[in-house]
Ligand binder design. Structure first.
Ligand SMILES: N[C@@H](CCC(=O)N[C@@H](CS)C(=O)NCC(=O)O)C(=O)O
Length: 414
């Protein structure tokens, strides 16, 4: 199973383009296999990959999905682009449906004769300007928000932007009577094009490592800026990047986020790793905070004076074995599920996996009395995104060494 979603289609827009748009808008990288020959198509058929003998087909999370709408719904829900409740979802479905009808006029355009093309171009512009665009213009004007539904970026916005650009290709000034849509398209383009989250921290684990874990587990690629000098750090403060003059800093979705916990909540929420309701969220928060307390001891370990190291190591071992790991061993044993909360992969699982590996580096046999955690570790290691993160060359950082400690002290010297 590949880590990234893999898309099977022709090397052109067609029905796959909306899927590409939605993945791109969610910040998810994907692979593509372009169908060029009949043999390729037949191979897919024979392998049983195409439920209705049709593409688009997308391999994602161990499934071979067909039916464009079903694929889009799955991606929208997975990456939190599908509203916060059923009513928002209904609204998004209606808007996406309308936009889709408009796009239907465009999809067949390339296959028309030159004469029919001119007629179709006029029809597309007429439908866009008299039926569909006025709806969205009014919605945006009436509620005065940046996005179509629930003041949140959603699939409806992504789909509309795709349609706007397609209609603009047919008539470049088609938005001239639609000021709200002009704003929306500029705004969303920026958002979608703004690309990967950018992480600023030292070139080591520290407080950024759980953020790297979470993004990696969510399958999100990111860029990193490493602080090597005090001047770099002072400049960030001077330029107003660091709200409390501290890193981690994560630039994401147009925000300059600081405070590890806030950053991780945002990422967990955005990528649907934060439970299905407030109660699941509360449980995830409790687990994550407990694990963070343990991780705090590991975080500070390299900075402890040599004569305190042995004692501190003993405390880490004691707390892991007697306080934290037994909790998760019991949770997993009692509900018998693969994941800590709600039978679904969440931020809590990511955090526990990071902690298990970090403690094992210090106390290799720490899991000897925890059979459930051993199974959990194996399962987590085989999740495609985590598997990839654990491989050499990933953004995962090595344990802190003397050079790292020196750099931290140098960069943050008062
Ligand atoms: N509560 C903050 C604490 C951040 C923090 O202590 N960052 C350290 C680096 S790991 C820092 O920037 N220290 C410089 C300073 O506090 O002046 C968070 O979780 O992000």
């Amino acid at each position: 199973m590949s880590t990234k979603p893999k898309l099977y289609y022709f090397n052109g827009r067609g029905k796959m383009e909306s899927i590409r748009w939605l993945l791109a808008a969610a910040g998810v990288e994907f692979e593509e296999e372009f169908l060029e020959t009949r043999e390729q198509y037949e191979k897919l058929l024979q392998g049983g990959s195409l439920l209705f003998q049709q593409v688009p087909m997308v391999e994602i999370d161990g499934m071979r999905m067909v039916q464009t709408k079903a694929i889009l719904s799955y991606i929208a829900a997975k990456y939190n682009l599908y509203g916060k409740d059923l009513k928002e979802r209904a609204l998004i479905d209606m808007y996406v449906g309308g936009t889709d009808d408009l796009m239907g006029f465009i999809l067949m355009f390339p296959f028309l004769s030159a004469e029919d093309k001119e007629k179709q171009r006029a029809l597309i512009v007429q439908k866009a300007t008299s039926r569909y665009f006025p709806v969205y213009e009014k919605v945006l004007k009436d509620h005065g928000q940046d996005f179509l539904v629930g003041n949140n970026f959603s699939w409806a916005d992504v789909h509309l932007l795709e349609a706007i650009l397609m209609v603009e290709e047919k008539k470049s000034d088609v938005l001239s009577g639609f000021p709200q849509l002009q704003y929306l398209s500029g705004n969303q383009e920026l958002r979608i094009m703004s690309g990967k989250p950018r992480l600023t921290y030292l070139n080591g684990r520290g407080r950024m490592e759980p953020i790297r874990w979470l993004l990696a587990a969510a399958g999100v690629e990111f860029e990193e800026v490493y602080l090597e000098t005090k001047e770099q750090y002072d400049k960030l403060i001077k330029d107003g990047f660091l709200l409390f003059q501290q890193v981690p800093l994560v630039e994401i979705d147009g925000m300059k986020m600081v405070q590890t916990r806030a950053i991780m909540s945002y990422i967990a929420g955005k990528y649907n790793l934060y439970g299905k309701d407030l109660k699941e969220r509360a449980l995830i928060d409790m687990y994550v905070e407990g694990i963070s307390d343990l991780m705090q001891m590991i975080l500070m370990f390299p900075f402890s004076p040599p004569d305190a190291k042995e004692k501190n190591l003993e405390s880490i071992k004691e707390r892991a074995t007697n306080r934290y790991f037994p909790v998760f061993e019991k949770v997993l044993k009692q509900h018998g599920q693969d994941f800590l909360v709600g039978n679904k992969f969440s931020w809590a699982d990511v955090q526990l996996m990071e902690a298990i590996l970090a403690v094992e580096e210090k106390v290799p046999d720490v899991l000897s009395g925890f059979p459930q955690l051993k199974v959990f570790k194996t399962k987590m290691s085989n999740m495609p995104t985590i598997k990839k993160f654990l491989q050499p060359g990933s953004p995962r950082k090595p344990p802190p060494d003397a050079h790292y400690v020196e750099t931290v002290l140098k960069v943050f010297k008062k």
